[in-house]
Every structure is written in structure tokens, then in C-alpha cells.
Design a protein around this ligand. Structure first.
Ligand SMILES: [Zn+2]
Length: 288
């Protein structure tokens, strides 16, 4: 099972990715971790990444993609992987798709861990870390027993200077802007699943498992791009929009008693495939 885990900073996707990795025995491929590892081990791609960073530039998509490709070729990723941290925008999603197709490892599902803006803000602004032992806390959701003091080692807790609300909301807004088109991209492929990312870690995990289990067991292929509940309504709308086409074919074959009743339903059913193909364009015209 190959999945992409999507979620804003503070959505908790790193934590959930680790839990999913343990449950389904597929590696959690975090772009950040892979990059750090490549830098540390001095692989050719790692050296390229280092050169870019030393020059004060962002590491290019090409390099990041190369690092992911190498990771996915490893033996432990043969049965799947959980991608975390990539893609972050539409262009990246497209190149990732191409790469996975070339590897013969297409994506099964993109899971969005959905958390409200205010909750994200609180989670991120409440973060405290112990610089001594690395323990992390959140003054709202997971406070230390004593204010600003580490439970484990007693060292003073640290509040990162870029963890203030203004910086955080800017970060979240940038994230939102860049990732929105991604959701549509995966939705159009019938691969997007949205899971409520609010609440206890274990509850969120259960929701994820409920969505992913059928995919892991091969019981479910990606959904068809059009959600099953809507075609009925849209078919009606589409027929209404079309200038009434008098049913052209007379059922000549069967001499039925009720010949003059051109039932609407068969016509709908027959026309549906074509309409489905047209739907996305139509939708964007009428709704957006
Ligand atoms: Zn500590």
C-alpha cells in the first residue's frame, strides 16, 4: 500500500505516519528525515542538496524526488510506503505521479488529515521542547507537570521564537495556498480520503485505519473520480440543460404494448458515461 499523508504543520501526521508504519509494516518516508540522512551519509544526492543549502537555496524538487526514489527502491519499501512531507504543491504531485508510475508503484491513496485552522494554531503555538533531553510538550494539550520545566529531566522548557501566532498563521496560510490544488488533483483521481485529525491520537489513528484497512487488504481500489451519490442529481441537471432531444430511436425490435412511452430513465443511463467525462469542466464553469 503506497499512500501520501497530507496535513498542515501541526496536524500530527508525523505521529500518525509512525503508527501506520508499525501497523502495516511499510516504511514511513519523511522527506525531512530522508534529506537529513542523505546529507549525513554524503550520497551523491546528499552532496547536491548540501551544495544548494550552503548556497542559501532551497533543495530542488529534482533532488528531493531523487532521494525519495532511492528510498522507495529499497527492499523494505517493496510492499509500500507512507510518504510524508512530499508533495507540497501541484507540480510536485505531478512529478511524483510520473516517478511512481515509472517505478511501477502507483499511489493507492492520498489521505488528508484535516484539522481546523484554530486548532492548528493552538497546537503549534503551545509547543514547548526540552533542549536537554528532547521531550516535547504542549501547554494546551500535553502540559508539563510544572510550568516551563521538563518532567523527565527538570531542565527549563524552550519556546521556539518562530512559534508565535503571527509567524504560525502565516506559515499555515502559505501551506493552505500551496496544498489546496493538491486535494483537487487527488480527488480527481478518486484517491483522496479525508480523515478528521482532531481529538485523541488513538482515535485519529482508528479513523485512519478504518479508511486504510480495505486498501491494505486489496479490497478496495481507488474510488471512481465522481462520488457515487452525486451523478443522479447532475444527470438530471445535465439533461435539463440540454435542449430536449426527442428520443430518436424507436425500439423496433420488440413489439411491445406500451410503445409510445419514452421512459426517461433508460435514456439517462445510456447517456451517463459521456456526461461523467464532461462533468469536471462543467462543474468548474458553474461553481467556481
Ligand atoms: Zn528534558
Amino acid at each position: 500500500m503506497r499512500i501520501v499523508l497530507l496535513g498542515a504543520p501541526g496536524s500530527g501526521k508525523g505521529t500518525q505516519a509512525d503508527k501506520l508504519s508499525a501497523k502495516y509494516r511499510i516504511p514511513h518516508v519523511s522527506t525531512g528525515d530522508q534529506l537529513r540522512e542523505a546529507l549525513a551519509s554524503g550520497t551523491p544526492l546528499g552532496l547536491q542538496a548540501k551544495a544548494a543549502m550552503d548556497a542559501g537555496q532551497l533543495v530542488s524538487d529534482e533532488i528531493v524526488l531523487g532521494i525519495i526514489r532511492e528510498r522507495l527502491r529499497a527492499a523494505d519499501a517493496r510492499n509500500g510506503a507512507i510518504l510524508d512531507g512530499f508533495p507540497r504543491n501541484l507540480a510536485q504531485a505531478q512529478v511524483l505521479d510520473d516517478m511512481l508510475r515509472a517505478l511501477g508503484q502507483p499511489l493507492d491513496c492520498a489521505v488528508l488529515l484535516d484539522v481546523d485552522f484554530d486548532v492548528l494554531l493552538q497546537r503549534l503555538a503551545g509547543r514547548r521542547t526540552c533542549e536537554n533531553c528532547g521531550a516535547t510538550y504542549n501547554i494546551y494539550t500535553n502540559p508539563p507537570r510544572l510550568d516551563d520545566q521538563c518532567d523527565r529531566c527538570g531542565a527549563p522548557l524552550h519556546h521556539r521564537p518562530d512559534d508565535n501566532e503571527v509567524t504560525i498563521s502565516n506559515r499555515l496560510r502559505v501551506y493552505e495556498l500551496q496544498t489546496k490544488p493538491l486535494f483537487a488533483f487527488y480527488r480527481n483521481q478518486g484517491k483522496l480520503e479525508t480523515v478528521n485529525g482532531t481529538g485523541e491520537v488513538d482515535d485519529i489513528f482508528r479513523r485512519l485505519v478504518a479508511v486504510l484497512d480495505p486498501i491494505a487488504k486489496g479490497l478496495r481500489k481507488p474510488k471512481p473520480p465522481v462520488p457515487p451519490a452525486r451523478p443522479v442529481r447532475s444527470a438530471v441537471k445535465a439533461t435539463a440543460a440540454k435542449p430536449a432531444k426527442p428520443v430518436p430511436k424507436k425500439p423496433v425490435v420488440k413489439p411491445v404494448k406500451s410503445k409510445p412511452k419514452p421512459a426517461g430513465k433508460p435514456a439517462h443511463a445510456k447517456a451517463r458515461p459521456a456526461k461523467d467525462a464532461k462533468r469536471p469542466a462543467k462543474k468548474s464553469r458553474t461553481h467556481r
